[in-house]
Every structure is written in structure tokens, then in C-alpha cells.
Design a protein around this ligand. Structure first.
Ligand code: HEM
Length: 399
């Protein structure tokens, strides 16, 4: 195919499992700035090379804010209207990020490690009590991040069930009637408003308390911004970790050599996690667009002002200009400058938290269930491909 001339229909058909469509490798080689037709809003550019992706993510001339309320090229039908850290551009984004980073410190995340470990231990105890085979998604990877989140936000034990229900309702959009999702969202907003008010009266040491207290000169986050950020965190930070725990366990269980190396030498875990992050496409597609404010030159040509650009991070992570044998899974790969958490001003706020959760989750499974293996043939695992993030629907395991 002459990928340089063609307008390709996007997203590409999913090749199955956690594989990346072979067309990305071809585009990196022959058409690094490819023209694609999106399901909604018309045509756009698709960027697939590592250096170009970093350039788009780091260049303020590519705007997230310009997509708000506009009929632009996109994967999902709905036009985004919510103002949040994800859709803001500098200087509004800079202000939000600087306040938020006062709460999201490495030290606070490290303090959550012990609590996360307790939660992981309790969930594995539950699996052992049930006995094999167990669905790892239901028993472990789903409950872990939401429970960590309630600890993060300071949700009391009495409110956990209601909180879990709301979070589940808003993140499984599509599975429930729209009015039920809407009601759950309103109730969650009201609940978060209550938590914020409590922390204004009585400061607390959880992340929500730190966000309420965060100040920059005379500035601080408004009531609405605090609630929006709480919900953004829940959306950006729960499905991501749920899916990646399932994806990472699947990847390790289907690569016995790497798995036994890791079991023998647990100090390889942090490097193995980086390699899992590099190799696992978390999104089913290139996600959401940025709009060029001016003409910008990339290696494959010029993006004109007003045009939409998508970056496929998972493709950048397989670029042989940066990674030797990029399609090989090597838990000792070093250096490993992957961009799984993004790059530039929108770099993942939760990267440290995600790393900590993944390290505790995978580390605990290796430690407590040394014979962990799939209870079904790998090809029988079913995958969520019809949403923005991919992961196994269920992962039957035995030990
Ligand atoms: C393995 C897990 C995760 C991965 C691979 C991941 C990846 C990413 C990526 C690639 C971006 C940048 C998106 C862009 O520029 O378009 C991002 C942004 C973001 N992530 Fe994560 N993430 C993960 C977990 C989390 C967690 C646990 C949290 C919450 C605590 C979180 C909160 C956010 C937020 C708030 C943003 C938006 C930041 C901004 O726009 O300034 N993420 N993430």
C-alpha cells in the first residue's frame, strides 16, 4: 500500500491480544505523518515516530483546549465540553499543574505504599480462600485501584460501598442507562463536595486534604476545580491501572522465560515494569486530538494551523530509531526511555502512583502465588477492544 498518499480509515482493525497493528511499523518507515479519516469530525494527521510524538507533546502550538466544544476529528461521538487539567492549555494548565503537584508529591505516594500493600495482601488472601481457578480481574485488578483511591481521597470505610458504586457507574459508561450514569455522577460530585468542605473545616493529610490546602502566592483551587480534579483523577487513574495489571499479568504468564527470570531475581521488577509499560499499548487507539495553532513542521511534513493531530504513543515505544530490537520483550532493557506516561506538560500526574501500585500488585502476586499461571489457553482470553483503554474482560488463573 502506498501509505504516503492514502487516507487511512482509523482506528485500524485490532490485530488481537495485546498486539500493535503492523501498519504502525510501516507508517513509521514510510509515512510518519499519515492522513487518517476518523469515525467523527473528518480527517486528521497520525504521528507514529518517537521523536515526532515527543515534539507534538512538548510543543505548546498543539492545543488541547482548542478541541473543547468543537466538532473536531475524534474516535468517540461525544464532543468534549468539560474543562479540566486534561483539556487545559498553558497558562491555565500551568496554574492547575503547579497547585496539583504540591499534593502529588513522591513522599505522599510512598506513604501510600504500605496501605496499598495491605490491600493487595487482603485481596490475595481472598483469592486463596476461594481457591483456584479465580478470575484475577474481578478478584484483584478491579478492586485494588479503587480501594487505593478511596484511601487517597480519604473516603471513610462506611462510605466505601457507595463510593465504589459511583466510580464503577461513571467509568463503565455504556453499560448502564444514561440517566443512571448521570445520577451517579451528580451523587459523586455532591459526595466529593462534602469531603472538600470537611477538609476546609479540618485539614487532613490525604491527597484531597493536600489539594484543598495547596496554595500558590494568593491562588488556590476553587471548589469546582477541586471536584472536577477529584473526578478526573478517578477516571484517569482507575481504569488505567485496572487494565494494566491484567495486561501485565497476561504478558508475564505468556512469557515463561522472562517470568522465571523475574521470579529468581526480584530486583529485576522495576526494569520489568518499564518494559511492560513500553510494550503494552494501553489505549486501543491514538486517543484524543490536539489542534495546531500555527503551521508546525514534523519529520513527515507540515501540519497546518487548525489541523488535528493524533499521536500513537505505543508506536513511538516500538521505534527502532530509539529501541534496539523494539518488538522483543526484554525485562533487562537499559536504557528504556519509553513514553508510556506521555511527555511534556500533560505528562501523567499519577505516574509515580501508578508505578507504585503496579510494583506492589505484580510483586505481591509473584511472592504469594509462585505457581501462578493461566487457567485457560492464552487464545481463550477475551479482550475489551470497544473502548478507549484495552484490557482483559477476565483473566482466569490457577496456582
Ligand atoms: C499504568 C497506568 C497509567 C498510564 C500508562 C498513564 C498514562 C498517561 C498518559 C500517556 C497521559 C498523557 C496523556 C496526553 O498527553 O494526552 C496521562 C495523563 C494523566 N494521567 Fe495517567 N496514566 C496511568 C495512571 C494514572 C493514575 C493512577 C492517575 C491518577 C492518580 C493518572 C492521572 C493522570 C492525569 C490527571 C493526567 C492528565 C495530566 C495533564 O493533562 O496534565 N494516571 N496518563
Amino acid at each position: 500500500m502506498d501509505t504516503d498518499q492514502t487516507v487511512l480509515d482509523y482506528p485500524f482493525e485490532h490485530p488481537g491480544s495485546l498486539d500493535l497493528h503492523p501498519l504502525y511499523a510501516e507508517l513509521r518507515e514510510n509515512a510518519p505523518l499519515a492522513r487518517v479519516r476518523m469515525p467523527y469530525g473528518g480527517e486528521a494527521w497520525l504521528v507514529t515516530r518517537y521523536e515526532d510524538i515527543k515534539r507534538v507533546l512538548a510543543d505548546h502550538r498543539f492545543s488541547r483546549g482548542a478541541t473543547l466544544g468543537k466538532d473536531h476529528p475524534r474516535v468517540l461521538q461525544a464532543i468534549p465540553t468539560a474543562r479540566s487539567i486534561v483539556t487545559a492549555d498553558p497558562p491555565e494548565h500551568t496554574r492547575l499543574r503547579s497547585l496539583v503537584s504540591k499534593a502529588f508529591t513522591a513522599e505522599r505516594v510512598e506513604r501510600l505504599r504500605g496501605r496499598t500493600q495491605e490491600i493487595a495482601t487482603r485481596l490475595i488472601d481472598g483469592m486463596i480462600e476461594l481457591g483456584p481457578p479465580v478470575d484475577l480481574v474481578q478478584a484483584f485488578s478491579m478492586p485494588l485501584p479503587v480501594t487505593v483511591f478511596s484511601a487517597l481521597l480519604g473516603v471513610s470505610v462506611d462510605d466505601r460501598d457507595r463510593f465504589n458504586y459511583w466510580v464503577d457507574a461513571i467509568r463503565t459508561i455504556g453499560a448502564l442507562p444514561p440517566d443512571e450514569v448521570q445520577r451517579a455522577r451528580l451523587e459523586l460530585d455532591r459526595y466529593l463536595a462534602g469531603l472538600v468542605a470537611q477538609r476546609r473545616r479540618q485539614p487532613s493529610d490525604d491527597i484531597l486534604g493536600a489539594l484543598v490546602a495547596a496554595r500558590d502566592d494568593q491562588d488556590r483551587l476553587s471548589e469546582d476545580e477541586l471536584i472536577t480534579f477529584g473526578v478526573t483523577l478517578l477516571i484517569a487513574g482507575s481504569d488505567t491501572t485496572v487494565n494494566q495489571i491484567g495486561n501485565f499479568v497476561y504478558t508475564l504468564l505468556t512469557r515463561p522465560d522472562s517470568l522465571s527470570r523475574l521470579r529468581e531475581d526480584r530486583s529485576l521488577l522495576p526494569g520489568a515494569l518499564d518494559e511492560l509499560l513500553r510494550m503494552t499499548p494501553m489505549g486501543t487507539t491514538a486517543g484524543v486530538a490536539r489542534i495546531a495553532r500555527e503551521d508546525v513542521e514534523l519529520s513527515g511534513g507540515v501540519v497546518r494551523a487548525g489541523e488535528a493531530v493524533f499521536v500513537r504513543i505505543a508506536s513511538g515505544n516500538r521505534d527502532r530509531a530509539v529501541f534496539e530490537n523494539p518488538d522483543e520483550f526484554d525485562i533487562t532493557r537499559s536504557p528504556n526511555p519509553h513514553i508510556a506516561f506521555g511527555y511534556g506538560v500533560h505528562y501523567c500526574t499519577g505516574a509515580q502512583l501508578a508505578r507504585m501500585e503496579l510494583e506492589v500488585a505484580i510483586g505481591s502476586l509473584l511472592e504469594r502465588l509462585p505457581d501462578l499461571r493461566l487457567a485457560v489457553p492464552p487464545e481463550d482470553v477475551t479482550w475489551k477492544y470497544d473502548r478507549l483503554l484495552q484490557g482483559p474482560w477476565s483473566l482466569p488463573v490457577t496456582w
